[in-house]
Design a protein around this ligand. Structure first.
Ligand code: 28G
Length: 637
């Protein structure tokens, strides 16, 4: 049955159609034709170099973004084989670049590529979606070259000279009739290549952006592999022990893991399958967590570190302050979940769990000081969790006694259809008053906040439940907090932070965002959090309608248009300076307002920013603010 499907399934028909299928439905092969899909092209080619590195033959990769958005990738591997295939009568190299069956989503037997051995996968897709591609191969004493236009061979592989080296070089220009943009984002590429370098111990990756002078460049080479990755993630955090715990095991499912605890209260575990970031976790993460919980509890018990009254340590206690990277290689990965980034292979749980249990137990026996430091933190996390539970109970009981569970200060809207409702979290009493008067009460609710906001980065959960500034926010959103957070219960489709455009406003905004990030992350991931954008200026002139400007550039533009003379410029310092009508017109009316949707696509970056901005360590904060001075001034975060 299985075989039958493979030979005659719809997938195979597409394969027979050749690269035309890729051009017809590019999204099926690279996800989308947005900038994401564009970057995907580069990743597909670089992945082939990484495969050659994993095979043990390539030590260095050079990636260049040339002027005109031409991508050039070079490796020092064996070079793609150049011999003529007896059946197709074309070279192996040309086959790799023109035949879809060499890989792609519908090829092979895995449904998707597996790094480590499946060379050439994706190259034909890149070729199909490029205006032109040229491949140069050094191998067998010769230098060979082939060229393509939109996937069609315009120059079959031919020998153009001699070479005593080996390797492959690919240059391509993505097809502007397919992609929305050809403008690569250097930072995105740089970050992905740093990640690949961490994940591939010893491999040197160089990237250079030649589109502007002077060029931007970076070189990544980590002999420490995931150890270096964890050190990088923790660079601004206070560590509980010096060297990361490192676990490496070969076998059916090769495993590499590094762990380092910090004094923070958050949990930061990144997981990868075949170098792909499995954002939604899966069986490898389950196995890892299971082993952590079991091994630390076993150790605590056998070394009498747990008091009777403490009971067992829960998984979340043991993960407080942990930074870990888990990387596994799986031959036929099954990816599940909304974004297909959740590993489904059930055998992986047990394999990871037993490998980690064994290695970690050994590590703890050999490093009793580290073991003790970590366990002390776990035990105090466990006590704090118990305190938080009691505090939560109290909140629940209190709200059960009151007629409504909504905070007193909340001016709710009349609609109860969450998707059309919005809550404005407003800083300050007077602005809160204006917002209440100015709003459209059918769908807009106002929650005023005042006083000093708690910094959640420096507090444990029990303090957060009990905090009188955050409790109203938790109750208004109505979906719980932390592990209990249930996005299906949110009472508003939009949670809008409205604060002044000054330093204090920026601070409140950052504190609230940190809170949402740490305790209601799905709210951010789901795109429910927004920042209101009040105007910076009002321009008025006799006989003309007032003009509100949201940036300095806009102000200059309108000022010129209005002919400068007789124009009165009012600079708004705070929301409180606007009357209810003005606040409605400029900042709350869906027809005119500007809302910034908060997106934290890159959790690594967000974690880093929050640690820097909210943590104890002053030096990186000062450095960050200096480096981002302009950005911070205008956008705050
Ligand atoms: C620079 C940009 C992208 C690559 C290789 C090396 C080999 C290879 C690539 O083989 C065909 C199919 C299965 C063996 C393998 C060379 C074995 C021996 C290779 C790249 C042949 C693909 N010698 N380097 N493909 N396989 N670099 N860089 O694409 O049977 S692709």
């Amino acid at each position: 049955m299985e075989k039958f499907e493979h030979e005659y399934g719809a997938e195979q028909i597409q394969v027979l159609e050749g690269l035309e299928a890729v051009r017809k439905r590019p999204g099926m092969y690279i996800g989308s034709v947005s900038i994401r899909g564009l970057h995907h092209l580069v990743y597909e080619i670089v992945d082939n170099c990484v495969d050659e590195a994993l095979a043990g033959y390539c030590t260095e990769i050079d990636i260049k973004i040339e002027p005109g958005n031409i991508i050039s990738v070079q490796d020092n591997g064996r070079g793609i084989p150049v011999d003529i295939h007896p059946k197709t009568k074309i070279s192996a190299a040309e086959t790799v670049y023109t035949k879809l069956h060499a890989g792609g989503k519908f090829g092979g037997d895995s449904g998707y590529k597996v790094s480590g051995g499946l060379h050439g996968v994706g190259a034909s897709v890149v070729n199909a979606l490029s205006e032109w591609t040229e491949v140069t191969i050094a191998r067998d004493g010769g230098l060979f070259e082939m060229k393509f236009n939109r996937g069609k061979t315009v120059q079959p592989l031919k020998r153009i000279g001699d070479s005593d080296k080996t390797g492959t070089k690919v240059r391509f220009l993505a097809d502007s009739t397919i992609f929305e943009t050809l403008e690569y984002d250097y930072t995105t590429l740089e970050e992905r290549f740093r990640e690949i370098a961490f994940l591939t111990k010893g491999l040197k990756i160089n990237i250079e952006d030649l589109r502007e002078e002077p060029s931007k460049k970076a070189e990544f080479h980590f002999e420490g592999g995931l150890k270096s990755f964890v050190e990088y993630l923790n660079k601004n955090k206070e560590k509980l022990h010096k060297a990361p715990i490192y676990i490496e095991k070969s076998g059916e499912v090769p495993i590499e893991i590094a762990i380092q605890y910090t004094t923070s209260y958050s949990e930061n575990i990144l997981t990868f399958v075949n170098n792909i970031n499995t954002v939604e976790g899966g069986t490898h993460l389950e196995g890892f967590k299971r082993a952590l919980t079991k091994t630390f509890n076993d150790y605590a018990k056998s070394h009498n570190l747990l008091k009777e009254k403490d009971g067992n340590l829960q998984g979340e206690d043991i993960r407080e302050g942990i930074t870990a990277v888990v990387s596994v290689k799986v031959k036929e990965p099954q990816f599940e979940g909304q974004t297909k980034t959740k590993l489904g292979n059930s055998n992986v749980t047990g394999i990871v769990s037993s490998a980690v249990s064994e290695a970690l137990a050994n590590f703890l026996e050999e490093n009793p000081t580290v073991a003790k430091a970590i366990l002390e933190k776990c035990i105090s996390a466990s006590r704090a969790r118990e305190a938080a539970r009691k505090a939560r109970e109290l909140v629940r009981r209190k709200s059960a006694l009151e007629t409504s569970t909504l905070p007193g200060k909340l001016a709710d809207c009349s609609s109860k259809v969450a998707s059309e409702c919005e809550v404005y979290i407003v800083e300050g009493d007077s602005a809160g008053g204006s917002a209440k008067q100015g709003r459209d009460r059918r769908f807009q609710a106002i929650l005023p906040l005042w006083g000093k906001m708690l910094n959640v980065e420096k507090s444990r959960a029990d303090k957060i439940y009990n905090n009188d500034k955050l409790q109203p926010v938790i109750l208004a959103v109505g979906a719980g907090i932390g592990a209990d957070f249930d996005i299906s219960k949110i009472r508003y489709g939009k949670v809008i932070i409205m604060a002044d455009a000054d330093v204090d406003g920026a601070h409140i905004r950052t504190l609230l965002l940190t809170f949402f990030f740490r305790y209601m992350r799905p709210l951010i991931e789901n795109g429910n959090v927004y920042l209101a954008q009040p105007p910076l200026y009002k321009l008025s002139k006799k006989g003309k309608p007032d003009v509100y400007c949201y940036t300095d550039e806009e102000m200059t533009k309108h000022l010129n248009e209005m002919g400068r003379d007789g124009v009165n410029i009012q600079r708004y310092k705070g929301l409180g300076e606007m009357n209810p009508e003005q606040l409605w017109e400029t900042t709350m009316n869906p027809e005119h307002r500007i809302l910034i949707k908060v997106k934290l696509e890159d959790a690594i970056k967000a974690d880093e920013i929050f640690t820097i901005l909210m943590g104890d360590d002053i030096t990186p904060r000062r450095k960050f603010i200096e480096e981002n001075a302009k950005y911070v001034k205008n956008l705050d975060i």
